[in-house]
Design a protein around this ligand. Structure first.
Ligand code: ZN
Length: 159
């Protein structure tokens, strides 16, 4: 099969005393996401989408949160690592699409910076990365500002 699609989803809790990193970009906010790594839900969702398209499981299998090597690691490193697997398997990226679900902070002004960071990390064009943001209309845990989630899809084309 020449084309492969992958879906990724991730959610982390918002807590005090952590930096908020989304799509590899630090966003000024009084809380950040809790996690073993920097807890970047956007990059985790994208990495999982790439792994899904490759039929290679999920990031939890590749980077166990019990492994001290990944403690507080930048998720750009994890994504780069996953992307290396994609290259090794002979696929190029058609495009990456992502939805970030956050009640606050407003991330509208950071979407372009995130697209740029992700494109650089994956060595693709900025036009091949799209970040969308939505609130949860105050519904459920995300709507109550307890966490931030992200969905991503990736389309891969066999070289
Ligand atoms: Zn995660």
């Amino acid at each position: 099969m020449r084309i492969k699609i992958g879906l990724g989803y991730d959610i982390h809790r918002l807590v005090k005393g952590r930096k908020l990193i989304l799509g590899g970009v630090e966003i000024p906010f009084f809380k950040g996401l809790a996690g073993h790594s920097d807890a970047d839900v956007v990059l985790h969702a994208i990495a999982d989408a790439i792994l899904g398209a490759l039929g290679e499981g999920d990031i939890g299998e590749h980077f166990p949160n019990t492994d001290s090597r990944y403690k507080n690691i930048s998720s750009l490193v994890l994504l780069k690592n996953v992307d290396g697997l994609r290259r090794k398997k002979g696929f190029k990226i058609s495009n990456v699409d992502c939805v970030v679900q956050a009640e606050e902070p407003k991330i509208k002004n950071y979407k372009k910076a995130m697209e740029k960071k992700i494109a650089q990390c994956l060595k693709i064009k900025i036009s091949e990365v799209n970040i969308k943001a939505t609130t949860q209309e105050q519904l459920d845990a995300i709507g109550q500002k307890k966490g931030i989630a992200a969905f991503a899809t990736v389309l891969l084309i066999k070289n």
